[in-house]
Design a protein around this ligand. Structure first.
Ligand code: FA5
Length: 332
């Protein structure tokens, strides 16, 4: 075969290969073109290479050199086409991902439960009034839940039907007044604390009751403390927790651990509602923790946090607070 014929065939192949690579629109057609021209067994370049053997002997070196050049050019054309396709794919993916007009995914931020929010606010209010925060266990012994609070063994408040007993002498606390005792046992007067937390009673759930609920307990012990201090302090508290136009009233009541005892009602934007109990700490309680009732007097109060929370937010049924319905909880 004449050299010119071989070179013409080679150049034609190079041009066709480049055209085929450039025309390939996707990875599959580019691969098909690669196999057609560069395929190791029956690619067209391979076929042309076989013609090399028929070139005149004297022209062979020139033909071989040219063959290698064309082979490299075809391979380079393939790699360039492959590179172009990869870049195009990346570019189109980036274009989709970074389209600033695509609506964003809205993050739903969590928030504190309304009871927790209320507790935090009540702690802050009482902190401004000089009360520090004390804690006590939810699993309590009968000394702290009853005896030390002047509730003797035969008292109906200790009935198994009124409490969640875990074992004889051990129960889920039924009131936060237990923390009064725990604090006074460890502290010398004066005392000025609040305690917020869960309490448990086998009450039937209704709009104002739940078997697990929260109380805020307050205790102030010092020389010369009177009911007037209790009332003015609760009024200040209520005004901060609700608004200046809140009213509070005391109704005579009975608690074994206070004497005299009162029910504390509050009225704000509606009728009266019982918020809790209060009174002057009974001398028997002071004696039980080693305080001298002749020297020290004090007041205590215990208010239901669900009711405070419900009143503040206009919630008419406290059961809603414990359904874990985020559509409801998200409002607060
Ligand atoms: C007591 O628990 C006394 N320890 C309060 C006290 C403290 C009196 C210090 C004197 C000195 P009482 O059982 O009334 O009191 O409960 C207080 C408040 O807790 C109630 O007024 C009410 O607001 C709330 N409460 C009581 N039971 C439930 C319940 N099942 N669900 C929701 N809140 C309740």
């Amino acid at each position: 075969m004449a050299l010119s014929e071989f070179l013409t065939e080679l150049d034609a192949l190079a041009a066709q290969a480049k055209t085929a690579f450039d025309a390939a629109r996707d990875a599959a057609s580019l691969e098909a073109a690669r196999v057609e021209f560069l395929g190791a067994r029956s690619g067209r370049l391979k076929t042309v290479q076989k013609g090399l053997g028929q070139v005149d002997k004297t022209d062979k070196p020139a033909a071989g050199k040219r063959f290698n050049e064309v082979k490299q050019a075809i391979e380079a054309a393939f790699e360039a086409a492959e590179q172009r396709q990869t870049s195009a794919t990346v570019a189109s993916t980036v274009a989709v991902c970074s389209d600033p007009t695509v609506p964003g995914v809205r993050m739903r931020l969590g928030r504190l439960h309304p009871i927790t929010q209320t507790i935090e606010e009540l702690k802050e209010i009482m902190g401004r009034l000089g009360f520090s925060v004390a804690e006590g266990p939810e699993v309590e012994d009968s000394w702290h839940n009853f005896e030390a609070l002047n509730i003797p063994p035969e008292h109906p408040a200790r009935d198994p039907l009124e409490n969640f007993y875990l074992a004889p002498g051990l129960l889920l606390r039924s009131q936060t007044s237990t923390v009064q005792i725990r604090v006074m046992e460890k502290t010398k007067p004066p005392v000025r604390i609040i305690s917020c937390g869960r309490v448990y009673r086998p009450d039937t759930a209704d709009a104002t009751h739940y078997p697990m609920f929260h109380q805020i307990e307050g205790l102030l012990i010092d020389r010369g403390v009177t009911m007037a201090d209790l009332k003015s302090m609760l009024r200040l508290f209520a005004r901060s927790a609700f608004a200046d136009d809140v009213h509070i009233r005391f109704r005579p009541s009975f608690f074994p651990f206070t004497e005299p005892s009162v029910e504390v009602d509050m009225s704000w934007q509606g009728g009266w509602m019982e918020m809790g109990g209060a009174g002057m700490v009974d001398p028997n309680v002071l004696r039980a923790v080693g305080y001298d009732p002749e020297e020290y007097t004090g007041f205590a109060f215990g208010l239901g946090i669900e009711r405070i929370c419900a009143r503040r937010h206009g919630i008419t049924d406290i059961r809603e607070l414990f359904k874990n319905d985020v559509r409801f909880l998200h409002q607060f």
